[in-house]
Design a protein around this ligand. Structure first.
Ligand code: SAH
Length: 239
C-alpha cells in the first residue's frame, strides 16, 4: 500500500531519476504543503510505478527532487470504460474525478440527443483526473478520449459488454449487481445526459446492452455515475 500521509504527485519524468517540478507542483509543495529541501514525497508517472523522492530544491516557480526508492510496481489501466454524456462544467469536473476514483480505465464522452454539452476541455478534465489519481493512490492514470456520437460508441466497444443506467427502469425490480455480473467483464458502462435518453437512443442500445436501474429516484447524472460505478465494484471487486 501507498503511504497516504506523504504528498503524492504525478510527474512527467522517467523514474527512478531526477524530477523537475512545474510552477503548479512547486506552489503545492512549497506553499500548500510547506515542504523544504530534504523532505520526502511520493511520485508516479503512470509508466514506471511509484517512488519515494527527496526534494533537492524548491524555488518560487520550479523545484527538483530525486526519486530512488521504489514503493510499488506499475499496474495496468483497469479495463473498465466509463461512458457518459458530457455535462456542464462543475458537474463534469465532479463526474470525471469520481470516475477516476471509482476505477475507470478510460473515460468516453458520448454525444446524445438530449445532451446539452458537445465539447469538452480535455486538458482541464485530464488535470482533474490526475489530481484524483494523486489523492487516491492510483498508479495508472485513466485516459479521456474525444466525444463520440452514441452510434459510434456502440460500434467501438472492442469486445466489451455494455451496461447502461437507464432512467426508464427507475423503480423497477431487478438485481443490478447480478445483471452487471452476468454481462461479464471487460465492461463499458454508460450514463445518459440530464435530459435522459431519447426513445430512438434506447432502441439503439437496448439490443446490445444490459440495462440497470439505480433505484426508485431519478438521479442527477453525476450522482448516477458514482452509484453505477459502485455497483460495478460490487459485481467485480478491483484487485
Ligand atoms: N431527465 C431524465 C433523467 C435523466 S438522469 C428524466 O427525467 O427521466 C441522467 C442519467 O442518469 C440517466 O440518463 C441515467 O443514465 C442515469 N440515471 C439517473 N437515475 C437513474 C435510475 N434511477 N436508474 C437508472 N439510471 C438512472
Amino acid at each position: 500500500m501507498s503511504d497516504f500521509n506523504a504528498p503524492r504527485l504525478f510527474v512527467d519524468d522517467d523514474l527512478p531519476g531526477s524530477i523537475t517540478f512545474d510552477a503548479r507542483q512547486t506552489n503545492y509543495l512549497r506553499n500548500v504543503m510547506r515542504l523544504k529541501p530534504g523532505d520526502s514525497i511520493i511520485v508516479f508517472n503512470g509508466r514506471d510505478g511509484e517512488y519515494r523522492a527527496t526534494i533537492d530544491e524548491l524555488g518560487k516557480k520550479a523545484g527538483e527532487a530525486v526519486a530512488s526508492e521504489k514503493l510499488r510496481a506499475q499496474t495496468r489501466r483497469p479495463s473498465l470504460w466509463y461512458a457518459f454524456a458530457p455535462l456542464k462544467q462543475a458537474r463534469l469536473d465532479y463526474m470525471v474525478e469520481k470516475a477516476a476514483e471509482m476505477g475507470a480505465g478510460r473515460l468516453v464522452p458520448v454525444l446524445t440527443q438530449h445532451g446539452q454539452v458537445r465539447r469538452i476541455n480535455r486538458e482541464r478534465l485530464t488535470a482533474n483526473i490526475v489530481e484524483a489519481c494523486e489523492q487516491c493512490g492510483i498508479l495508472s492514470v485513466p485516459d479521456i478520449v474525444e466525444p463520440v456520437p452514441l452510434a459510434d460508441f456502440l460500434g467501438s466497444l472492442d469486445g466489451r459488454s455494455l451496461v447502461v443506467a437507464d432512467e426508464a427502469l427507475a423503480g423497477e425490480e431487478g438485481d443490478a449487481i447480478a445483471t452487471i455480473r452476468a454481462a461479464g467483464a471487460p465492461l463499458a458502462v454508460l450514463v445518459g445526459p440530464e435530459g435522459g435518453f431519447s426513445a430512438e437512443e434506447r432502441a439503439l442500445f437496448t439490443p446490445r446492452a444490459s440495462r440497470v436501474s439505480l433505484g426508485p429516484r431519478v438521479l442527477r447524472a453525476d450522482t448516477a455515475a458514482v452509484a453505477l460505478l459502485a455497483l460495478v465494484e460490487a459485481a467485480f471487486p478491483s484487485k
